[in-house]
Design a protein around this ligand. Structure first.
Ligand SMILES: CC(C)(COP(=O)(O)OP(=O)(O)OC[C@H]1O[C@@H](n2cnc3c(N)ncnc32)[C@H](O)[C@@H]1OP(=O)(O)O)[C@@H](O)C(=O)NCCC(=O)NCCS
Length: 159
């Protein structure tokens, strides 16, 4: 991955917080984000790192799909953020790939997310499909539920 100028590493939840705060939740006190970053505690957290600096983050949590709570094998992608000057260089895709690989390794059959409508095209490029109508999250904006089925052999489609 260093050939791409960055590497994706499994990190502690708290290492994702500064970028999550800066990119996704600047309206929220950072201490609140630190307080909940590790909940639920079986999450997997990834950072894209270049020259010691975190340029992208994403997390995967074992969390039921809304409306299908009985589906035990569903995991949720959250906290997807890439620093502005590093976007459109494949960092986000590499983080999603890391999350989908982790999901596959724990036996997930489906990964879902509440995608900002401004980012839904990105998730589509990474293999996700939209489910249902857009909805509004307070302080953040319009979102849409998206899902990616996990096949045991497939990988994230490339451009
Ligand atoms: C959305 C985000 C994570 C994408 O990260 P990125 O590193 O720029 O994405 P990549 O370079 O890996 O892009 C992968 C593909 O998606 C496309 N893409 C990236 N952002 C896109 C967007 N907002 N809309 C449509 N397509 C997008 C890229 O062009 C690329 O296409 P390709 O398959 O033709 O190569 C990043 O723009 C970001 O952090 N945005 C602000 C925070 C945010 O909205 N996070 C998502 C919250 S749900």
């Amino acid at each position: 991955m260093l050939a791409r100028g960055f590497e994706v590493q499994l990190v502690a939840a708290r290492e994702t917080v500064p970028l999550r705060h800066a990119v996704l939740r600047p309206h929220q006190p950072i201490d609140e984000i630190y307080a909940t970053a590790d909940e639920p505690p079986d999450g997997h957290h990834f950072a894209a790192i270049t020259r010691g600096a975190v340029i992208g983050v994403a997390s995967l949590y074992h969390e039921p799909l809304p409306g299908r709570r009985a589906l035990e094998s569903a995991w949720r992608l959250r906290g997807m953020a890439v620093r502005g000057e590093h976007r459109k260089l494949g960092v986000g895709r590499a983080l999603v790939e890391a999350c989908l690989d982790a999901a596959r390794n724990v036996g997930a059959t489906l990964v879902w997310c509440n995608a900002r409508t401004t980012a839904s095209g990105f998730y589509e490029r990474c293999g996700f499909e939209t489910r249902g109508a857009a909805f509004l999250l307070p302080n953040i904006g319009p979102h849409v539920l998206m899902e990616c089925a996990i096949a045991t052999t497939s990988t994230v489609p490339r451009g």
